[in-house]
Design a protein around this ligand. Structure first.
Ligand code: ADP
Ligand code: MG
Length: 252
């Protein structure tokens, strides 16, 4: 693996091999193998505490892995000499809590990293932000503040903000879990559009209908290991492992 991203970083895939992560004496990820091919959507499902968020956070080095390798589009994330800032520019992340800046407008939320990290001009950053706000159906909300928006709208801003950095890979960590039920659908619909447009996506979700319809692969984790992996028909429609069957009985 090399630490320089190839030219076609736009279509980045992810290859995770033997990923291990411990907090003190507790091993939370016990050797995870997982692949997201360029343009694919992989949904990661599993009970609370199984290590899903930790895995996602290792991919963009919000957590430092203790072992194994992670390659994002030919970029070796686990190389000790990796340029973390450079790598993170290619990886967008959307969290359960939207983490918008409350004192900035919707547009400014979507331009601040473009200005600071990508050193874009204000005119270009505004244009990119506006385009992405339109993509998530919030073109008319640019001058509002986050507190003036519903949870679903705020999460759509968070997605537009991530997209404004032109990521090659999007990580979603339970993006609809903190939302009122009536606004979940609007966020899932944006994610469906992104998937249709060919974005590479790794999505932690409890939305089984979304996983069933959109995921190219579904990975079921429990206790820090991948218990079962396959197409959504296989894993959700016809799970083979008792732990997967028990989990699905509880969430479906
Ligand atoms: P999930 O997202 O599947 O619910 P997490 O990845 O959040 O699971 O957590 C997996 C396990 O790691 C849990 O037992 C959790 O308590 C533990 N854990 C997560 N983050 C930390 C941390 N920063 N320090 C110590 N333990 C942690
Ligand atoms: Mg989690």
């Amino acid at each position: 693996m090399t630490s320089t991203p190839p030219k076609d970083f736009q279509a980045a895939g992810v290859v995770i091999e033997g990923l291990r992560k411990s907090y003190g004496p507790i091993e939370v990820l016990k050797g995870i193998d997982l692949e997201v091919k360029p343009g694919q959507v992989v949904c990661l499902i599993g009970p609370s505490g199984s290590g899903k968020s930790t895995l996602l956070r290792c991919v963009n080095l919000l957590e430092q892995p203790n072992g194994g390798a992670i390659d994002v589009g030919g970029f070796d994330v686990t190389d000790p000499d990796v340029d973390v800032d450079k790598m993170r520019r290619h990886v967008g992340m959307v969290f359960q809590q939207f983490n918008l800046f409350p004192h900035l407008t919707v547009l400014e939320n979507c331009t601040v990293a473009q200005l600071k990290v990508l050193k874009r001009s204000k005119a270009e950053a505004d244009q990119v932000a506006q385009r992405n706000l339109e993509k998530v159906g919030l073109g008319k909300f640019a001058s509002r503040y986050p507190a003036q928006l519903s949870g679903g709208q705020q999460q759509r801003v968070a997605i537009a903000r991530a997209l404004s950095m032109d990521p090659s890979l999007m990580l979603f960590d339970e993006p609809t879990s903190a939302l009122d039920p009536e606004t979940v659908g609007e966020v899932l619909s944006i994610m469906r559009n992104l998937a249709r447009d060919g974005m590479t996506m790794l999505v932690v979700t409890h939305e089984m209908a979304f996983a069933r319809d959109v995921a190219d692969r579904v990975v079921f984790m429990d206790g820090g290991v991948v218990v079962e992996e396959g197409t959504s028909e296989e894993v959700i429609g016809n799970p083979q492992q008792p732990r997967t069957q028990d989990f699905l009985k509880r969430v479906l």
